[in-house]
Design a protein around this ligand. Structure first.
Ligand code: ADP
Ligand code: MG
Length: 226
C-alpha cells in the first residue's frame, strides 16, 4: 500500500459553550486513512459534526487534539499563510450554497481561484474545457442569476476543480437541489473523481447518494463508523 493521501489520527474537536459549563465534544477520537482518488461519503444527522469534520480536513478549522496528515504533511506544523497556500493549490470546496459572484460571468467565476495561483497558464482553456465537460459550454458569458440551481452547482464544481486540487470536499452540495438535479450532480462528481483523479469526500444526508461512493462512514455521537 502507498502512503495514504489523507490520514486522521485521533482527531477530536470540542467547543467551549457557556461560561462555567464543560466544553461540548463534537468529534471524538476520529481516525481514518484515504488513498488518493478514493470517493468517500460521510452521513449523519444534522448537528452531528459533519461540517466540523470537513472544515478540519479542509484546513479551515483545527482539531482540539489529534493529527491531520495530508500527503505526509502534518497540518498542525503549517502557519496560516502556508495553510492558505495549501488550500488554494490542493483543496476544492463545494457547499450547499453555490457562493458564485452574481455580477461576474460563469467563466469569470470559475477563474477566480486562479487569480492567486502561482501557475495560471492555460487556466482559461482549462476553464472552458471543464465547463464544456459539465454541459455549460454555451453558458460562459451568462451570469449566475440566469442559470438553474443545478447549473449553478456545476459552475461551483468547475470553480473547485480549476486549480487541479488533489482533494475535493463537498458539504451537502445537493442540499438545495431537487431529486433529479441531486442525482445528476452526484453522478457528475463521481465521474470527475475518476477523470481528474481527485479524492472526493462528500457530506450528505441522502443515503442513496452516499451509497454511490466507494466507502461510506456514519458520524454519530462524535464517532465515525464505517
Ligand atoms: P453538521 O454539519 O453535521 O450539521 P456541524 O459540524 O455544523 O454539524 O455542528 C456540530 C455541532 O457543533 C453542533 O452542535 C453545533 O452547534 C456545534 N458547533 C459548530 N460550530 C461551532 C462553533 N463555532 N462554536 C460552538 N459550537 C459549534
Ligand atoms: Mg453541516
Amino acid at each position: 500500500m502507498p502512503d495514504p493521501f489523507l490520514k486522521l489520527n485521533d482527531v477530536s474537536k470540542s467547543y467551549d459553550s457557556v461560561v462555567n459549563a464543560p466544553p461540548v465534544t463534537v468529534l471524538s477520537n476520529i481516525s481514518f486513512e484515504i488513498q488518493r482518488g478514493e470517493s468517500i461519503a460521510i452521513v449523519g444527522p444534522s448537528g452531528s459534526g459533519k461540517s466540523t469534520l470537513l472544515n478540519i480536513i479542509g484546513t479551515l478549522d483545527r482539531p482540539t487534539t489529534g493529527q491531520v496528515i495530508l500527503e505526509n504533511q502534518d497540518l498542525a506544523k503549517l502557519d496560516e499563510n502556508q495553510l492558505a497556500d495549501l488550500r488554494n493549490r490542493q483543496i476544492g470546496f463545494i457547499f450547499q450554497a453555490h457562493h458564485l459572484l452574481p455580477q461576474c460571468t460563469v467563466l469569470e467565476n470559475v477563474l477566480i481561484p486562479t487569480l492567486v495561483a502561482a501557475n495560471k497558464e492555460g487556466a482559461p482553456d482549462r476553464a472552458k474545457k471543464l465547463l464544456e465537460r459539465v454541459g455549460l459550454g454555451a453558458r460562459l458569458d451568462h451570469r449566475p442569476g440566469q442559470l438553474s440551481g443545478g447549473e449553478r452547482q456545476r459552475v461551483a464544481v468547475v470553480r473547485a476543480l480549476i486549480n487541479q486540487p488533489g482533494l475535493l470536499l463537498a458539504d451537502e452540495p445537493t442540499g438545495a437541489l431537487d431529486r433529479n438535479a441531486s442525482a445528476e450532480l452526484a453522478r457528475l462528481l463521481l465521474e470527475l473523481n475518476r477523470e481528474e483523479n481527485v479524492t472526493l469526500i462528500l457530506v450528505t444526508h441522502a443515503l442513496d447518494l452516499a451509497q454511490q461512493m466507494k466507502r461510506a462512514f456514519q458520524l454519530n455521537d462524535g464517532k465515525l463508523i464505517p
